[in-house]
Design a protein around this ligand. Structure first.
Ligand SMILES: Cc1ncc(COP(=O)(O)O)c(C=O)c1O
Length: 364
């Protein structure tokens, strides 16, 4: 990122001088790396956006919608899928079915089969809940809707960087993710990777540095969808993050997966703590959602921050339907997230902190 800012500093695709070409190489190298890592066969269809939300908006609003069209999603969607879908409902009369995930793949598959209609135009679903860390069987869902030639959009915001993802093998047509979560890249970066013959209209129009005489955005990818100057320093950082991720792909159970088990086991032994999330035998992303007694989750987060200097997120996490399912809309939940850089010692300190907080509230 420092190199891109200090030594390059030029606009990729907007000139033919050396520095502009170097900036363009940073961009195209990142497209190629992302496409290779996530099983997208054409790097030109690896598009840059400023976050996962912008990528998801392009995927959802890029289709031409009409009244009566139907979309299948889940109750675990983040607002970055739910709100664009609700917008389609209001604006075009599109209908949306939100399928409930109860941890059982067969029940989920059955609901998907039952929801498919002749008008179903898209399956848009998260790969994992950002509230509970439950991982959804996207591959199974994709196989079912694939029989009806329904395109599949997957929000991999929680899984990119944590779980292997291969669009071709998993039957995913569009994959969106941010740079700054599991990949540990910089904020202000996100991607939408597209596989196969998906036709979309750009959500944003403007200068692309090419075909300037044309009043419309060019038809060629990626320019069609990337109007305006790209975040070259951020994309350079994403490139570095992808390299670190790629070098750690050794097939072993990831460090944060082991840590999350100790965290969960520790929290479950504390009197007054309720944990939410997948059953023990299911895979759990490095996220734990919990509450202490009936104390507002925001209050616990504040105590953790001010007394222990531990940063967690509380409230509804932009995922209101997930909280309806957990019956935590009032209280919210405290969500603690780990990365591979966390230590066993930090897990122990966290468990001790929650133990102390729970005991002190019970003495009040
Ligand atoms: C599942 C999920 N999808 C989408 C997003 C939105 O990501 P961004 O803030 O990069 O737009 C988030 C962020 O929390 C998320 O957890």
């Amino acid at each position: 990122m420092v190199h891109a800012l200090n030594d390059v500093g030029a606009n990729p695709g907007r000139g033919s001088h050396q520095l502009a070409r170097e900036a363009a190489q940073i961009i195209s190298g990142t497209r190629e790396k992302a496409a290779r890592l996530f099983g997208c066969s054409d790097p030109k269809k690896a598009l840059f956006f400023s976050n996962a939300t912008a990528a998801l908006n392009q995927a959802i609003k890029g289709f031409t919608w009409a009244a009566g069209d139907h979309v299948i999603a889940t109750t675990l969607e983040h607002n970055s899928i739910r709100r664009p879908l609700e917008h389609l409902k209001r604006k075009y009369g599109v209908e949306v079915t939100y399928i409930h995930w109860n941890g059982r793949t067969s029940a989920f598959e059955q609901q998907i089969r039952q929801s498919i209609r002749p008008e179903t135009r898209l399956l848009a679903m998260t790969h994992a809940s950002n509230v509970t860390g439950s991982v959804l069987p996207v591959e199974n869902a994709a196989a079912i809707v694939g029989e009806h030639a329904i395109p599949v959009l997957v929000d991999a915001s929680q899984t990119a960087g944590h779980l292997p993802l291969n669009m071709q093998k998993m039957g995913i047509n569009m994959l969106a993710f941010p740079g700054h979560k599991g990949l540990l890249g910089p904020q202000g970066t996100g991607m939408l990777l597209v596989e196969g013959a998906i036709e979309m209209e750009p959500v944003q129009h403007g200068g692309t540095g090419s075909f300037s005489e044309d009043p419309e955005n060019p038809e060629q990818w990626p320019e069609k969808f990337e109007s305006g100057t790209l975040n070259t320093p951020g994309i350079a950082g994403l490139n570095a993050a992808l390299s670190v991720y790629e070098s750690g792909q050794d097939g072993n159970v990831s460090r944060e997966t082991i840590l999350v088990q100790s965290l969960l086991e520790g929290l479950q032994t504390i009197n007054g703590v309720t944990c939410y999330g997948p059953d023990k035998e299911e895979y759990q992303l490095p996220i734990v959602a919990f509450n202490v007694l009936d104390i507002p989750s925001q209050e616990i987060a504040m105590v953790l921050d001010t007394h222990y200097e531990i940063a967690v997120r509380a409230g509804l996490h932009c995922s209101p339907l997930a909280h309806e399912c957990l019956h935590t809309t009032e209280q919210g939940v405290v969500r603690v997230s780990l990365s591979k850089y966390n230590t066993e010692e930090e897990i122990n300190r966290f468990i001790e902190a929650i133990q102390e907080i729970s005991e002190s509230y019970q003495m009040l």
